[in-house]
Design a protein around this ligand. Structure first.
Ligand SMILES: [Zn+2]
Length: 202
């Protein structure tokens, strides 16, 4: 299978009468984005921004890693690159964000990885603006967790995704970079600390 041929809708089993939708071995649910935005706001208000960010990074990482393992096992990918590229395709088809990759270079044996691109229509940035207003820092925390997990799973080494621009900061799009942990500076420390135990599993 090529990444460009992947169609989530075609492989989802809708069980409207039983209340259970299944994608391969995973139960999938659809929530109202506004309700998640409100939950997110309440996490920020009750825990503070730093702890809420940690928890949402972790939520995103778990989601991304589960999706990665499922997709790796469920299809016969034509090339390794198709398994990497289907991550953005799946995240887009899940209605989370439209992912536009720009540069992607990797060498799995050498542990070299660089991937950057743009997000459009991030639901997390949209909800942050509605419930919390414009931020002075990037806010697509669960999305960064998701991409970090997918690419860590693909590479077999921990990598981290961070935004450099974000709609939640008033930018017109979100821009991001994914690279190995030791290539980030101290700005990444809170993100790496939040995901430390997950990274040990990669
Ligand atoms: Zn963003």
């Amino acid at each position: 299978m090529q990444a460009s041929d992947f169609d989530l809708e075609g492989d989802l089993t809708y069980g409207a009468q039983q209340g259970v939708n299944v994608f391969k071995n995973n139960r999938m649910v659809t929530f109202n984005a506004g309700a998640i935005g409100l939950l997110r706001q309440q996490l920020i208000d009750s825990m503070g921004t730093e702890t809420a960010r940690e928890q949402l990074l972790r939520f995103g990482f778990q989601s991304g890693y589960a999706d990665f393992l499922q997709m790796q096992a469920s299809y016969d990918w034509e090339t390794p690159g198709d398994l990497l590229e289907v991550g953005p395709a799946l995240h887009t088809q899940e209605g989370i964000v439209a992912v536009e990759p720009t540069e992607m270079e990797y060498d799995r044996e050498a542990g070299e990885f660089y991937f950057n691109g743009t997000w459009h229509n991030s639901y997390e940035a949209q909800q942050h603006l509605i419930h919390n207003g414009e931020s002075d820092h990037p806010v697509c925390w669960s999305l960064m967790g998701y991409g970090s997990a997918w690419c860590s799973g693909f590479m077999g080494i921990p990598v981290l995704e961070m935004e450099s621009r974000c709609v939640g900061m008033g930018d017109d799009v979100c821009e991001w970079v994914i690279k190995p942990l030791d290539e980030w500076g101290e700005e990444a420390d809170p993100y790496i600390d939040a995901l430390e135990d997950f990274y040990e599993e990669v």
